[in-house]
Design a protein around this ligand. Structure first.
Ligand SMILES: Cc1ncc(COP(=O)(O)O)c(C=O)c1O
Length: 397
């Protein structure tokens, strides 16, 4: 009676962590700290609260599936500022689908761009990195595709190796999920890499699904974005979909607001599907999103808070666990030798909850899991909490 594809879904990394740590007690006499989930703890900007309050009389209205004109214009203005795009390259009414958080939109888009295999036809494939954001795999499975994992390890600069892809696989590929800045590794794809990914997408007729939700949380240089590559190529959005979110940029994970930018026909079809299967954002949320995309000052303040934590991390971890300062995002990806054992030890000896890298990755046919040696540490708390947590971490491993 159930859809048999559901049996392929992998469990949530957070459920696996609960099962791992459930039987163990946290170190006594220490305040437990959670460094697992990528949920920024910085105070959300006052402009967001003000906009929500000023528009609270609109909660009674059904909101439009494509948000408001002001919201879409704020988004395109931000894209133009952030990526130095020529006017009109991204059109607020044609190329933008506001979404209630990128999580479910990243999931739903696979169904829009993947044709199911007919009788005697090759099954479609969706490429995704490992380690990866767990939604990509569910998206591939429920769209009826083979989920093809591509290791993103230190040897390949933490991005999937594009040179080893089999042309036959690429020909049945409908989508390639690529996360840059990468969660969990905190690395940014170079312009050359993005250009090659786009070239492959156009040559083999698949969509490059860019998850760029960490693009505003960077250390020194703003990460390159796929729209810059589109601009430098031919100015068209052909074969590209890019997802952005306010959850990290504005420390507003609970607002549930982001957007997808892409070619007009796909955005139109996506919005049409969302008419049936997506929840539109309430109008006060659209107003808050408008205020946030129009403002860069709070994002600069936010970045400064993360830089301060990267400094703390560097002080505690330089020379240990293959530490490198993340280029972007807010995760540390530490090589601790055995991620599962280190996670247990950090809980029992230091009352720190971290995530084993293997819970974010898959084991291949040779039994290799690219996350086995690693833990992911989310630097989402205050500077003081980070100082305390990293000092405990170093003293316990
Ligand atoms: C890589 C990545 N993509 C997408 C999301 C989803 O973000 P949201 O749904 O809050 O926009 C997250 C959230 O943690 C993430 O880490």
């Amino acid at each position: 009676m159930l859809n048999s594809d559901l049996s392929q879904l992998r469990g949530s990394p957070f459920d696996a962590l609960r099962a791992l740590l459930g039987p163990l007690s946290a170190a006594p006499n220490l305040e437990p700290q959670t460094l697992t989930i990528g949920e920024p703890q910085h105070t959300p900007p006052q402009i967001m609260i003000d906009a929500l309050r000023a528009n609270e009389h609109l909660y009674g209205k059904y909101p439009p599936v494509n948000g408001t004109p002001e919201q879409r214009i704020a988004i395109t203005n931000w894209l133009d500022r952030r990526y130095h795009l020529p006017e009109g390259m991204v059109d607020a009414d044609k190329h933008i689908a506001p979404v209630n958080g990128t999580k479910e939109a990243l999931y739903m888009i696979a169904q829009v761009i993947t044709e199911r295999a007919g009788h005697n036809q090759a099954k479609p494939a969706i490429l995704l990195p490992t380690p990866y954001y767990h939604v990509y795999h569910a998206a591939a499975v429920m769209a009826g595709a083979d989920a093809v994992f591509m290791p993103a390890t230190k040897q390949t600069e933490f991005f999937p190796d594009l040179d080893t892809l089999d042309p036959d696989l690429l020909d049945r590929t409908t989508a390639f999920y690529l996360c840059s800045p990468a969660n969990p590794q905190g690395t940014c794809a170079s312009k050359e890499y993005l250009r090659e990914a786009l070239r492959l997408a156009r040559q083999h007729d698949f969509m490059l699904v860019m998850d760029e939700c960490y693009t505003e949380i960077y250390d020194r240089e703003p990460p390159a974005g796929i729209l810059e590559i589109c601009k430098e190529e031919d100015g068209s959005l052909d074969h590209v979909l890019s997802f952005h979110s306010l959850s990290k940029r504005s420390s507003a994970a609970g607002l549930r607001s982001g957007f997808c930018v892409g070619p007009e026909d796909i955005i139109k079809t996506f919005l049409n599907l969302r008419n049936f299967a997506g929840a539109a954002s309430p109008l006060p949320v659209c107003a808050a999103a408008t205020a946030l995309w129009n403002d860069d000052a709070h994002v600069e303040e936010n970045r400064a808070l993360y830089r301060q934590k990267f400094d703390i991390a560097e002080r505690h971890l330089a020379g240990k666990f293959d530490f490198y300062r993340p280029q972007a995002g807010f995760f540390l990806w530490l090589n601790v030798g055995n991620g599962v054992e280190a996670t247990k030890r950090l809980w029992t000896a230091a009352a720190l909850r971290v995530l084993p890298g293997s819970f974010l990755s898959v084991t291949d046919e040779q039994g290799v899991n690219p996350g086995d040696d690693y833990i992911r540490v989310a630097l989402v708390g205050s500077a003081d909490a980070t100082e305390e947590a990293l000092s405990r971490l170093v003293n316990s491993l």
